[in-house]
Design a binder for this molecule. Structure first.
Ligand SMILES: Cc1cc2nc3c(=O)[nH]c(=O)nc-3n(C[C@H](O)[C@H](O)[C@H](O)COP(=O)(O)O)c2cc1C
Length: 149
């Protein structure tokens, strides 16, 4: 399957999780591309492919548990876009010491679903991946298996 991973990062942790995700997906013979959200241009008629979005949660504009600022820009610029017929999955990076764990990816997922996207699988939420990468990698592997791709 063609899979496009679209992500953002502040301090590099999401990049590490995305790299793990790429290797697991490629091991299953998927054709994987990766890009930053600021370069993402949605294409129509992609019902046979999957887009995986990944963002950390962060303090933005004095609000906690927000997606990366480039995701916020994307959302603000696409209020009238239609993402129906697109398959999407969601991976969040966060820290459970903050009040709303991985709230940022929930905002991203809710946005795309509200614009017609079909959500595949559960939202994956990785806790303190920079400190516990092995635990996170097991979660990523199990999530990939459940995506059934
Ligand atoms: C200023 C700041 C605010 C954060 N706010 C949240 C939050 O509200 N919820 C959460 O789950 N994690 C929060 N985090 C944790 C980050 O999302 C987490 O460390 C993530 O792995 C960072 O990913 P990155 O290295 O790709 O930027 C925050 C971290 C910082 C430094």
């Amino acid at each position: 399957m063609n899979i496009n991973i679209v992500y953002a990062t502040y301090s590099g942790t999401t990049t590490l999780a995305v790299e793990k995700l790429v290797s697991l997906l490629e091991n299953k013979n998927n054709n994987v591309t990766v890009e930053y959200i600021e370069n993402f241009k949605p294409k129509k008629n992609q019902s046979d492919s999957l887009i995986i979005f990944a963002t950390p949660s962060w303090l933005e504009e004095n609000k906690d548990a927000q997606p990366h600022t480039h995701f916020i820009s994307f959302i603000n610029n696409n209020e009238s876009s239609d993402f129906s017929n697109m398959n999407m999955a969601f991976m969040g990076l966060g820290d459970s010491d903050y009040p709303r764990f991985c709230g940022g990816i929930d905002i991203v997922a809710n946005f795309f679903i509200s614009k017609g996207a079909k959500k595949i699988g559960n939202t994956l939420k990785l806790n303190k991946y920079q400190f516990y990468p092995q635990q996170g990698d097991l979660q990523i592997a199990s999530w990939v298996d459940k995506l059934a791709i």
